[in-house]
Design a protein around this ligand. Structure first.
Ligand code: GDP
Ligand code: MG
Length: 368
């Protein structure tokens, strides 16, 4: 089929199986991705093989060109050729990178290109590959599945999760959600409230500290009415104290907050003093997975002042990749509590699962 499409000199570079379905993790539906190319004319820009007498430990693990890695070096060559990085790397690994092949076993080289393809940063990809290489025996290096499993385990260990909110009848728990406007706080509160009230039959109350926009208060009130839950609107620490008092016999109080601009220090402090009055058991920072890594990091840094205990990642259904997750979690050192993957209340939410998220990070799982 490839030759029919691309002509007689076409070559299959790689095939791999892609499992589909965010909710259907163990689903049977799968697709085969075939990387193929014809007539690739990429000049060899790689450095000469390192002379044998040099200490092998000093050689670069990943091929470099003038001190830059191949990705930078070939970005230019890629332009206008309409071929993927994967294709180029595969081609390189065939002919001109014989030198690096001596150093990096094929299984790891393929894994490295897979990581880059999944948009894992070069830095992290290198780190993972180095870690795995330093950790396995020569025999194991020839087993690509084993190498892949090791990489997965390394990533999995970085994704700490809390499990679902521990709410039980008779033990009042107060959980607040904070975060920028539009990330999905109110929708997530509605999902949590509906699940705990309608499915677990707990007595749930809602408090909103959203005093900015009347529409935002109304949005939560609509959910409160539909799910049939009591709701309080508070604007000051004093009102917060009174509201929490009135809800003292409930099992779970979920608190929605106005989207505070993370650039507004005063608003963050205001939020902090209102939340302090509530004595929340947990404060979840809600981040949209559609945001860039740097936006997520900055947001987490700003909201750290209010005393965040975990992160909820929303809109996984709209995200194109989750490569930013590991750097984000490393920088803010917080566990994940929930992920949400759609607009449907109450279904599109689940407790964060490190294995599933690892598959998203590695790009071996689609969530569309
Ligand atoms: N695709 C998608 N949209 C979501 C998700 N969660 C929330 N939204 C949408 O994001 C928009 C903003 O949500 P909202 O709860 O009002 O955000 P808030 O300002 O943080 O309270 C709404 O249109 C929601 O339906 C999700 O998991 N996936
Ligand atoms: Mg809201």
């Amino acid at each position: 089929m490839v030759r029919a499409d691309l002509g007689p000199d076409a070559a299959v570079l790689q095939t791999r199986e892609i499992k589909r379905g965010w909710l259907n993790w163990f689903g049977k539906a799968s697709q085969i991705e075939v990387s193929a190319a014809s007539g690739l004319a990429i000049p060899s820009q790689l450095q000469q093989p390192t002379p044998e007498h040099l200490d092998t430990t000093q050689r670069p693990l990943i091929p470099t060109v003038d001190g830059h890695d191949f990705r930078t070096a070939f970005r230019e060559s890629l332009k206008g050729q309409g071929c993927s990085l994967q294709t180029v790397v595969e081609q390189l690994s065939r002919d001109s990178v014989a030198a690096s092949r001596h150093e990096l076993p094929e299984s790891l080289f393929h894994l490295f290109t897979d990581l880059i393809e999944a948009e894992v940063s070069e830095e992290l990809a290198r780190e993972l590959i180095e870690h795995v290489r330093s950790d396995v025996s020569n025999g194991e290096l020839s087993d690509p599945l084993l190498m892949k499993a090791r990489i997965s385990r390394l990533i999995e260990q970085e994704i700490q999760v809390t499990g679902p909110i521990q709410a039980t009848a008779g033990q009042r728990r107060l959980v607040a959600l904070v975060g920028p406007t539009g990330v999905g706080k109110t929708t997530t509160i509605a999902k949590l409230a509906a699940n705990f009230h309608l499915r677990e039959h707990l007595r749930v109350g809602l408090i909103t500290v959203d005093t900015y926009r009347i529409a935002a208060v109304e949005q939560l009130r609509t959910y409160a009415d539909i799910i049939d839950l009591p709701m309080e609107v508070v604007a000051t620490p004093k009102e917060m104290r009174a509201a929490v008092q009135r809800f003292s016999d409930l099992d779970l109080i979920l608190m929605d907050t106005a989207g505070r601009s993370p650039h507004d220090e005063v608003k963050i402090q205001e939020l902090k003093s209102i939340l302090a009055e509530a004595h929340a058991d947990a404060i979840h920072l809600v981040l949209s997975s559609v945001s860039s890594e740097s936006v997520m990091r900055k947001t987490a840094a700003k909201f750290a002042a209010v005393g965040i205990t975990s992160i909820i990642l929303t809109k996984l259904d709209e995200a194109t990749g989750m490569a930013a997750l590991v750097p984000l979690l490393r920088s803010c050192k917080l566990p994940l509590s929930y992920v949400t993957n759609g607009q449907n209340v109450p279904d599109d939410i689940e407790p964060a699962d490190s294995r599933k998220l690892t598959r998203l990070v590695l790009g071996s799982e689609s969530h569309a």
